[in-house]
Ligand binder design. Structure first.
Ligand code: UDX
Length: 458
């Protein structure tokens, strides 16, 4: 036990530096990881850029927060699009992060050694600084393993041929070689920017450089073959450490949550409500929103709808909804600007989740056994939607034009029909598998933490 005590003593001296992408879908899992590591005795430093910072709330009062200048604004994000924004952010932050890390090392006492730098895969500038100061580094993939595999495959294909194939309508429904069941149209290549910038950033994110390990917010019961592929290709240990929200949830919402919807949910029948949320980035066209409103109205099911201010271009909030919709909302709906999503998904009244299939939303729904209507917008969301429908078989994917009849039918399939009940059973099975995996070490979070405790082992 003396040895163990010595190790524990050593452990409290260790600090982990976390570098999150300044966006909700990335901040959430990295703060969960920070919480999991903190619970195991590590000290945590979060290095943030100026945009979208996690507040230094009481929940993270033991964490150290440092800010590096990035000279980019919200309007740069809008004009550049997320991928070009990330490329620019990486160019700008490399020097300032080196300076920040250098300062931290100067100030640190012997009792607070830095064990390693864990950076979001899209903050790849971090690697150079870690290398300069000879600190171990770990790449954190906040999307799933299959999306990582896709990016690796795309980064290696002949770019010219790939671009031609991607534009060919006849290729869209064909399975992409080696990525079954993903079709060309499911690949994470869309909407966030020009294809050239997508190819550039993908080759950066899959290049694990001199990192010592890759950690992924996923579990082997969800994506065993993609994880095995990565383990073989990357030549560094790959730890599926998720779902992190089960291991260590952390309140890291960048927007204010409207908890009044929980009171509304309490008045609804079990498994009757369709919860609708499109995450923190997706934008919805006004015509799609109107079709959704009419479809929801015709479905006769209660609904809880998150409409994020600014998510409908040219509208502040809900002005574009027809007036008669107000009556329907008062009778059997509830609209909020931002919900406490994990609490909503846990609520017994929720029977289904209409989602853009962001990876966090997908994991949160899987973790509560809630089947989904999948309407992906961009990036990895199409991969997640395809897996939800075809691999885990707990989702209905809506492709093509959104029409009120399609919305009505999808809601009924999920909430009312036998098909939905079957999906719910499978979703509950998967929830149990995930819980068992998290409890029994099927998740590699403990292995990863052990590797951090061992000197020089990562
Ligand atoms: C983005 C990408 O879209 C996603 O595909 C990628 O995997 C991560 O980055 P985002 O679009 O915001 O994230 O979606 P998602 O990954 O689902 O993350 C949204 C987070 O916001 C979830 O943790 C969810 O619980 C939270 N949320 C969402 C709320 O707390 N309240 C809400 O009303 C809506």
């Amino acid at each position: 036990w003396l040895e163990r005590l010595a190790m524990e003593e050593k452990l409290v001296k260790k600090r982990i530096v976390l570098v999150p992408v300044p966006a909700q879908g990335h901040v959430t899992p990295i703060m969960q990881l920070g919480n999991a590591l903190h619970l195991k005795g590590f000290s945590i430093t979060v290095v943030q850029t100026q945009n979208n910072r996690v507040s230094h709330s009481k929940d993270f009062s033991d964490f150290q927060f440092l800010t590096i200048p990035d000279s980019l604004t919200e309007s740069d994000l809008k004009s550049l699009g997320p991928l070009m924004f990330m490329i620019k952010l990486n160019q700008i932050c490399e020097a300032s992060f080196k300076q920040c890390l250098g300062q931290l090392l100067k100030e640190q006492s012997n009792v607070d050694d830095i064990a390693c730098v864990v950076y979001d895969e899209y903050m790849y500038f971090s690697e150079a600084a870690a290398k300069e100061f000879q600190l171990p580094s770990v790449v954190f993939s906040t999307t799933n393993a299959t999306a990582f595999v896709c990016r690796s495959v795309i980064a290696k294909v002949n770019a010219e041929k790939f671009l031609i194939d991607m534009k060919d309508p006849e290729m869209q429904d064909q399975v992409f070689p080696g990525l079954d069941p993903l079709r060309y149209k499911d690949l994470p290549t869309s909407a966030f920017g020009p294809v050239e910038s997508i190819l550039k950033i993908y080759s950066e994110t899959v290049n694990v450089r001199s990192a010592s390990a890759v950690i992924i917010n996923s579990a082997s019961c969800l994506e065993s073959s993609s994880l095995a592929w990565l383990q073989q290709e990357l030549h560094v240990p790959v730890y599926p450490i998720g779902p992190l929200h089960i291991a260590a949830s952390a309140p890291s919402s960048l927007l204010e949550e409207d908890r009044s919807c929980i009171e509304w949910l309490k008045k609804q029948k079990p498994s009757s409500v369709i919860y609708i949320s499109l995450g923190s980035l997706a934008l919805m066209e006004t015509k799609d929103m109107l079709e959704m409103a009419q479809g929801l109205s015709n479905s006769n099911q209660p609904f809880l709808w998150v409409i994020r201010p600014g998510s409908i271009p040219a509208s502040e909030w809900t002005e574009s909804l027809p007036e008669e919709f107000d009556k329907l909302v008062s009778e059997r709906g509830y609209i909020v600007k931002w919900a406490p999503q994990m609490e909503v998904l846990k609520h017994p009244a929720v029977g289904g989740f209409w989602s853009h299939c962001g990876w966090n939303s997908t994991l949160e729904s899987l973790g509560e056994g809630v089947p989904m209507i999948c309407r992906p917008f961009s990036g990895d969301q199409r991969v997640n939607a395809r897996y939800l429908e075809n691999v885990w078989r707990i989702g209905v994917q809506l492709e093509g034009k959104l029409e009120k009849g399609i919305v009505e039918r999808a809601v009924k399939r999920l909430i009312v029909d036998e098909e939905g009940a079957e999906m719910r059973k499978r979703a509950i099975d998967l929830k149990e598998k995930l819980e068992t995996s998290a409890r029994s070490g099927g998740s590699s979070l403990e292995d990863f933490i052990d590797s951090l405790k061992m000197e020089n082992s990562i």
